[in-house]
Write a protein that binds this ligand. Structure first.
Ligand code: FMN
Length: 447
């Protein structure tokens, strides 16, 4: 039977993707300790998750009212740690789970990113994944010496060239280049280590990489663009696509459209996993799960934290707008942030009648994905319904609180999925690619 992929959606900071999570009574405030991340890794590995991957932002939310004050006061993710170090910690505490990090093609350079992920892939025995993002707002730009973020499609043009350069660098060593012959004194075969000599519009890089070709050949590539240009980019490069679709019908349309784009690009659609983000709120009984859901929906949602994050997402300062102002098509069309997500969300919660207050409330709780609420079997039913009707190939599980929400999934939902034969009982592969059923990429000669 077809197996679903499960990925943990992680945040190396004070809150999960649900901004109010740090106030949850069961949240551990260990986000500045290595033990916290090690424990998360071990928990998800116990549940045989394919991968845990960390999102990232390169700035505090500072668009709302032109200040970071509200983000700091309300804990609207003002803390974001350096991911390469966090992953190093988790790598040491785990053996099989895939480890992914978000790196921006707008603010980093291809050599740096290629080296980081090749190193991670070696030191984890082939468990590395890169979530490729283009970065969406001016707060981030201003931490890198630029006033405004690049235009939407331009960011993707730059990202295409970034990927051409990083893949060339990963391929700059042939797989059998290392000789390590103590007697002859030949360390590596110079015929098998190549400069790449790329000179493009955005980047030029000579190479070779200072890291030999890694166990997976290249790390697994994740991507989450949802606009037309974003989907085309994903069709060309992504091996795992992370979506933010609020309900099953939107997800099915997205799934079909994205798989068609992959085929048009000449790739096998089955070789790419499409995984929507989903919140799971699990209880020992349905009543307990519903009680937890109410807590999640109402108790910790600060309207100011929501507005701060909405401003960040849309790259638009909502400070001067009344809460009952309608969110119009014109408004969405005029912003440079993540338009697709906001359009979907608006359609999902009421279309034309949606106000700023409605959107802000959903930004804080529902965010981008569905919410599966109930006992272990009930949550498994909902996941199976999506998985078996071409809405997805698995899920990226987001947490209402951490690490408790992941512990609940591992204890109550995973065994149920395993019993139904839709999820593995143990890791069968040695690398993340093998566990996801993805081929090891052939090396392409460059330069
Ligand atoms: C579900 C989801 C998760 C994302 N996570 C991040 C992230 O962690 N960091 C980031 O900079 N951008 C993130 N993005 C932004 C995307 O990488 C992309 O830049 C953005 O969606 C704009 O592209 P689009 O207009 O094609 O959607 C995410 C987008 C989606 C849909």
């Amino acid at each position: 039977m077809q197996q679903m992929a499960l990925v943990g959606f992680m945040q190396a900071g004070n809150a999960t993707v649900y901004a109010g999570s740090w106030r949850h009574p069961a949240t551990e405030h260990g986000f500045l300790t290595s033990g916290y991340y090690a424990k998360l890794g071990r928990t998800l590995e116990e549940g045989c998750f394919d991968m845990m991957f960390f999102d990232d932002r390169l700035a505090m939310p500072g668009i709302y009212g032109g200040s970071v004050a509200e983000a700091v006061r309300h804990g609207a993710r003002p803390v974001k740690l350096d991911l390469s170090i966090v992953l190093g910690v988790v790598a040491g505490a785990t053996r099989s789970i895939g480890l992914g990090a978000t790196y921006s093609t707008t603010y980093y350079s291809p050599f740096h990113v290629a080296r980081t992920f090749a190193t991670l892939d070696h030191l984890t025995g082939g468990r590395a994944a890169w979530n490729v993002v283009t970065s969406v707002n001016d707060s981030e730009a201003q931490n890198f010496g630029v006033e405004k973020v690049l235009g939407h499609d331009e960011r993707y043009d730059r990202a295409d060239e970034f990927l051409e350069a990083t893949t060339a660098l990963w391929d700059s060593w042939e797989d059998d280049a290392l000789v390590l012959d103590r007697i002859s004194g030949v360390f590596a075969d110079p015929q098998k280590v190549h400069e790449v000599n790329l000179a493009g519009t955005w980047f030029s890089v000579r190479g070779p990489l200072t890291v030999p070709r890694s166990p997976q050949g290249r790390p697994v590539l994740l991507q989450a663009g949802s606009s037309g240009r974003g989907r085309d980019f994903a069709a060309r490069w992504a091996e795992v696509i992370f979506t933010g679709d609020p309900d099953i019908d939107v997800a099915r349309n997205h799934y079909k459209d994205q798989k068609e784009r992959i085929a048009e690009d000449g790739r096998d659609p089955d070789s790419v996993k499409i995984l929507p983000m989903a919140y799971t709120v699990v209880g020992e009984s349905k009543a307990q799960a519903q009680e937890r859901e109410q807590m999640f929906l109402h108790d910790f949602v600060d309207p100011m934290a929501s507005l701060t994050l909405l401003s960040e997402l849309m790259n638009y300062d909502f400070a001067g707008m009344p809460l009952d102002a309608p969110i119009t098509d014109e408004l969405i069309g005029s912003v440079s942030g993540i338009r697709g997500l906001v359009q979907n969300l608006r359609a999902h919660i009421g279309g034309d009648t949606v106000t700023l207050a409605d959107l802000a409330g959903h930004r804080a709780t529902l965010l981008q994905g569905p919410r599966f609420v109930g006992t272990g079997p009930e949550v498994a039913d909902q996941m199976e319904a999506w998985f078996t009707t071409d809405a997805c190939d698995g899920f990226v599980i987001a947490a209402t609180h951490s690490p408790g929400a992941y512990e609940d999934v591992v204890r109550l939902v995973v065994p149920e999925l395993q019993r139904r034969g839709v999820f593995r009982h143990r890791y069968e592969g040695a690398t993340l690619r093998e566990n996801l059923g993805l081929a090891r990429p052939e090396r392409v000669a460059h330069g």
